[in-house]
Design a protein around this ligand. Sequence first.
Ligand code: NAP
Ligand code: MG
Length: 403
Amino acid sequence: MDKIKMTTPIVEMDGDEMTRILWQYIKDELLLPFIDLKTDYYDLGLVKRNETDDKITTESAEATLKYGVAVKCATITPNAARMKEYDLKEMYRSPNGTIRAILDGTVFRTPIKVKGIDPCVKNWKKPITIARHAYGDVYKASEMVIPGPGIVELVYTDADGNVTKVPVHEFTSPGVVQGMHNLNRSIESFSRSCFNYAIDQKQDLWFATKDTISKKYDHTFKDIFAEIYEKEYRSKFEELGITYFYTLIDDAVARVMKAEGGFIWACKNYDGDVMSDMISSACGSLAMMTSVLVSPSGVYEYEAAHGTVQRHYYKYLAGEETSTNSVATIFAWTGALKKRGELDNIPELMSFAENLERACIDTIESGKMTKDLALITELENPTVLNSLDFIKAVRETLVAACQ
Ligand code: NAP
Ligand code: MG
């Protein structure tokens, strides 16, 4: 069989620990035998980040802006223990944070559905994608403990020194106060990322806030989404037969529980944090989620939603057998390959990626899976495979399906 040719490289961001081991297995078993893989390789493993004073992370993000599609392995975010373990010169920032700051954008997370690992919400027949705004609100707030009676005000001083004041509360007893912000520019790019992703996936987009109570703050989110939808996206949505639907957050939560799924749910920062954990735990596991960062300029970075699985890596180093789930990392690759195929018009690359996704699902549905899934599946007597044997089983399924 001839290998599938590529024209533009995918930016490849290698990572750390167990996921770095899986990364190599996936390339050796599932990609290199079938594709003339073209990548622009960046080693974001902590050793290399330390060697380059973390410049490699910035370079990988800049390459992503240049080529448009990246795939990223999970990486260690250094803390005090890692400073010692890797003898680091500095406590580098989270690579995801650095990359996000350069690409700007919204993270979309979708559960990977498999028969036998069913969501606890019985009517969720199709996956629900959460689109989380990743800037501001309570994550960048200033807070104060109010010890006793006194007045708290919001004070805005403009560039000319004009002052506007709004009372927050006249305290007669101790309490707490919080001031938070967002930026129109960030909300606009959040909305564009969501509209573009809905078009990309040909799915309805839902958005909800508490604008009835928060008549300025949340209402601004609602207004910006509405304005950008009308001006830039309505005709495209209508052409595709998909809808943009705005409602109150309480109504959205109630509707989500009764819905079939198959739509994108755009959430403000806090709502997205909380609701994505609800969706992923209702659907099984972080290793069965896809995750993609979509920038407002249409750049895509695919990754797994979980970390480097440190505990398994130490077992691996000790020569013990591991059973680490590689599905999310495989889907990061297939997401990137599909997008590359779409942008470069290489249908074989897109169908290869789809077949590989199908092979992962079919392998699990046939009863062969890693330990994390065996613990939660409704299938009887699943076969628990080790990290490499699961990937080899996927390869067998893939090859059998293509014959
Ligand atoms: P983690 O790597 O997500 O693993 C936590 C636990 O979840 C594991 O010990 C394992 O449970 C289970 N798990 C996660 N992924 C799994 C998989 N693919 N297959 C099977 N089980 C899986 O989180 P962590 O141990 O808290 O973090 C380790 C490192 O990852 C940290 O240095 C952190 O900075 C980094 N991190 C990176 C990213 C990223 O790059 N996107 C995200 C989060 C964390 P059992 O041990 O019970 O089997
Ligand atoms: Mg959370």
